[in-house]
Design a binder for this molecule. Sequence first.
Ligand SMILES: [Zn+2]
Length: 99
Amino acid sequence: MNEKALKARELKGEDLNSFIDAKGISTICLLCGNDGVMIMSHGPDKPLQLFAMPLVHPDAEPGDTAETAGFICSNCGHVTTFAASLIVEWKYGEPPNDG
Ligand SMILES: [Zn+2]
């Protein structure tokens, strides 16, 4: 597991909240217009819930995944997700991976 994936496991709910504020991300639901979202964690100081999507392109190694974290619209349940690696880069000040 790479360093960013390991650091992603240390992210807390408050980190995604701060990421949303820092990036100017709207929390108005794109689907229903509701202004109210729930960060997908069990609390600001609790681990952020991470979701892994298997990568299946020809160059992927077995077990390769893209990991995401996100929030849920409190009205319609629409899920908005973000690449966990970018939240890690933002939090720890690492440059974007351009490779
Ligand atoms: Zn909604």
